[in-house]
Design a protein around this ligand. Structure first.
Ligand code: FE2
Ligand code: FE2
Length: 290
């Protein structure tokens, strides 16, 4: 089939292919490869699309690109919606993967949140699970996949070789820019992640939407949940401060719920809606701006 421009920008059949790849890299401890296959069929053609996705992500996520996207999207001038309606808006994101095997966006959020709830965590933690990927609405505003999902990483300093497919950073102009290609780049040792720009995507966007409403551990979980080169590989300890280290315990606590909560018996959205509407009403404003 001939590829049009949209396909070239969006090599993944579904943005979940990125998460499948993360799961392949960080399998659930104690789960054997065989039982993992029960959840997914991970064949080579799919792996090629993930490679192509990362090739673009690593080439185009420059320091300047991130600042441009922040200047644009953090004006929040696109939509104003009730939180539940924003979730349903996210769920209009459909892709060309087999609808029989792919769960929709809300199912991933519901399963993450329900797994957190089943472990008896506080209600704000459950709500965090429910909204953490809402920033993927960026796809619905026409953003390419590589600017919405994918592992996030600092820009403005040297790209770590602990980031997946590090060789693709050779095509990123920042890797030849001496302002940006040293260990610290534009940053100071231990400056704290709040002073560091990460690659642009659904994490930072959602953090900026939620930052006035949820407790700080929740905000760290949302903002850094795709920052695998730190929360799994500790590649950027030198930029973190003590407060980041403390808060990253929450990021690490959240990650297994995000990755390993796929349930063979999906929860029923309508049955759970009153509970989640209650959580939204408790913590979030009537409407949010996207
Ligand atoms: Fe995510
Ligand atoms: Fe997620």
């Amino acid at each position: 089939m001939q590829k049009d421009m949209t396909d070239i920008q969006n090599p993944l059949h579904s943005i979940e292919e990125w998460e499948d790849d993360v799961l392949e890299r960080y399998p659930e401890p104690g789960v054997t490869a065989k039982s993992k296959d029960a959840f997914r069929n991970y064949d080579n053609p799919e792996r090629d699309t993930v490679r192509e996705f990362y090739r673009m992500n690593h080439q185009y996520q420059t320091y300047d690109f991130v600042q441009q996207k922040k200047a644009d999207f953090l004006r929040f001038n696109r939509r104003e919606l009730r939180v539940w309606d924003a979730m349903e808006f996210l769920n209009t994101l459909v892709d060309d993967s087999d609808p029989d095997i792919e769960l929709d966006q809300l199912q991933h959020l519901l399963q993450t949140a329900e797994a957190i709830r089943a472990d008896g965590h506080p209600d704000w933690f459950v709500l965090t699970g429910f909204v953490h990927d809402m920033g993927k609405v960026l796809c619905l505003f026409g953003e390419p996949q590589w600017a919405v999902v994918g592992d996030t990483f600092p820009v403005g300093c040297r790209f770590s070789d602990k980031i997946v497919y590090p060789e693709f950073f050779e095509a990123n102009p920042d890797s030849r820019d001496e302002r940006y290609n040293t260990l610290y780049g534009i940053y100071e040792p231990g400056c704290g992640l709040n002073n560091v720009s990460l690659s642009w995507g659904h994490d930072e966007y959602m953090y900026q939407i939620m930052k006035d409403y949820l407790p700080e551990p929740a905000l760290y979980m949302i903002r850094y949940h795709s920052f695998y080169s730190q929360h799994r590989e500790q590649a950027y300890d030198h930029l973190m401060n003590d407060h980041d280290r403390e808060m990253f315990e929450w990021v690490k606590k959240f990650n297994p719920y995000d990755l390993y909560s796929k349930s063979p018996t999906p929860p029923v959205l309508e049955a759970l809606k009153p509970y989640y509407e209650g959580l939204i009403a408790k913590y979030l404003p009537e409407k949010i701006r996207l």
